[in-house]
Design a protein around this ligand. Structure first.
Ligand code: HEM
Length: 300
C-alpha cells in the first residue's frame, strides 16, 4: 500500500482540503445519527446484503462503525493512523467476502448524501461551496481507493503457508516495526540529551583556558546536535507516513568525520596530518554523495 502522503499527493489533497473538511465537522455532526439509517435505506435495495448483515448485533456494530467512519471523514487529521483505519475497514469487508461492487455503490450514496447536506446548509457562496464539495469528493475517493485496494490485494495474494497464519504474521511484523520505530525515537531523544551534555562539557574547556579545544569541540557538538534534530525530524515524519530520507544517514557520517577532523587538527603530529588528509578525502566523498542524493530527491 502507498504511504498516506503519496495518496494525498496523487489526489492533490492539500492542507486547504483538510481545513475545509474540518470546517464541515460541526454541520456533519448534526447528521451523525441519521447517516447510518439513510445508508441502510440505500443498501437494503441491494439483493444479497441480508447474507452479510445476519443479526441485530452485527447491524448495530456496523452502524456504530459507519457513524465513526463518517465523522472521521471530517476530523481534519489524515495521517498514517487514518490510512490504517481505512485499510482495516477494507479488510473487514474482504474477510466477509462482500463483493467490492457493494462498497462502490454504497460509497456513491455517501458522496450524494454529503453533497446534499452541503447544498442545504453551506452553499450561500457558490465558489466556496464548490471548493468544499471538491474536498469532500477527494476524501471519499481516497477512502474508496484504499478500501477497494484491499479487495484487489486480496485477489492477487497467493499464500505460502495459510491465509490466517500469514495475515497474523504480517500484522505482527507491522506492529513490531512500529514498536521498533517508537524505541528509535526514544533513543534519539536520549541521544539529543547526551549531545547537550557534550556541548556543555566542550564549552567548559573555553573557561578553563583551553580556548582552541573548547571552540572546536563546541563547534563539533553543535554539528552533532543539528544531526540529532535532523534524525528526530526524519523519524517523526516517517512515523507520520512520510518516506525515509537516506540523505540524513549520509549527513550523520559527514558530521562524525568533520568532528573527528576538528579534533585531530588540535594534535600537530605527523601521523595525525596523514589522518587529516584521509578525513578530508572522506568528507569530499560523503559531500558528493550527499549532494547527489539531495539532487535526486529534489528531482523526485
Ligand atoms: C461506504 C461503504 C462502507 C463503509 C464505509 C463501511 C464501514 C464499515 C466499518 C467501519 C466496519 C467495521 C470494521 C471493523 O471491524 O473495524 C464494517 C464492517 C462490516 N460491514 Fe461495512 N461499510 C460499508 C459498506 C458495507 C456494505 C454495503 C455492507 C453490506 C452488506 C457492509 C457490511 C459489513 C459487515 C457485515 C461488517 C462486519 C460487521 C461485524 O461483524 O462487526 N458494509 N463496515
Amino acid at each position: 500500500m502507498e504511504s498516506i502522503d503519496k495518496i494525498k499527493a496523487h489526489y492533490n489533497f492539500t492542507s486547504g482540503d483538510a481545513e475545509n473538511l474540518k470546517q464541515l465537522k460541526s454541520v456533519m455532526e448534526k447528521h451523525k445519527g441519521d447517516f447510518p439509517k439513510e445508508f441502510y435505506n440505500h443498501i437494503k435495495h441491494f439483493e444479497g446484503t441480508s447474507k452479510f448483515l445476519t443479526s441485530e448485533e452485527i447491524i448495530t456494530r456496523h452502524q456504530d462503525g459507519l457513524k465513526e467512519w463518517f465523522m472521521n471523514l471530517f476530523s481534519g487529521e489524515y495521517n498514517t493512523q487514518y490510512l490504517r483505519d481505512i485499510e482495516r475497514i477494507g479488510y473487514a469487508h474482504v474477510k466477509i467476502k462482500l463483493p467490492a461492487h457493494y462498497v462502490n455503490a454504497a460509497m456513491h450514496f455517501v458522496r450524494l448524501y454529503c453533497l446534499k447536506i452541503l447544498e442545504k446548509e453551506f452553499c450561500t457562496d457558490m465558489n466556496e461551496c464548490k471548493y468544499l464539495a471538491k474536498s469532500v469528493d477527494k476524501i471519499i475517493d481516497i477512502n474508496l481507493d484504499v478500501i477497494t485496494s484491499s479487495f484487489i490485494e486480496e485477489e492477487i495474494k497467493t499464500f505460502f503457508l495459510s491465509e490466517r497464519v500469514e495475515s497474523y504474521l504480517i500484522q505482527f511484523a507491522n506492529r513490531f516495526a512500529y514498536g521498533l520505530n517508537l524505541i528509535l525515537v526514544m533513543g534519539l531523544v536520549i541521544m539529543g540529551i547526551m549531545v547537550m551534555g557534550l556541548f556543555v562539557y566542550d564549552v567548559t574547556h573555553i573557561f578553563t583556558g583551553d580556548i582552541e579545544k573548547g571552540l572546536l569541540g563546541t563547534l563539533g557538538s553543535l554539528l552533532m546536535m543539528w544531526v540529532v534534530i535532523e534524525l528526530v525530524d526524519t523519524e517523526v515524519k516517517h512515523l507520520k507516513g512520510g518516506k525515509f530520507a537516506i540523505r540524513v544517514f549520509i549527513s550523520v557520517a559527514l558530521v562524525a568525520v568533520i568532528r573527528k577532523l576538528l579534533v585531530s587538527t588540535l594534535k600537530a603530529e605527523a601521523v595525525e596530518s596523514h589522518l587529516s588528509l584521509i578525513l578530508i578525502a572522506a568528507i569530499a566523498v560523503l559531500g558528493i554523495i550527499y549532494w547527489l542524493i539531495a539532487k535526486t530527491e529534489k528531482a523526485e
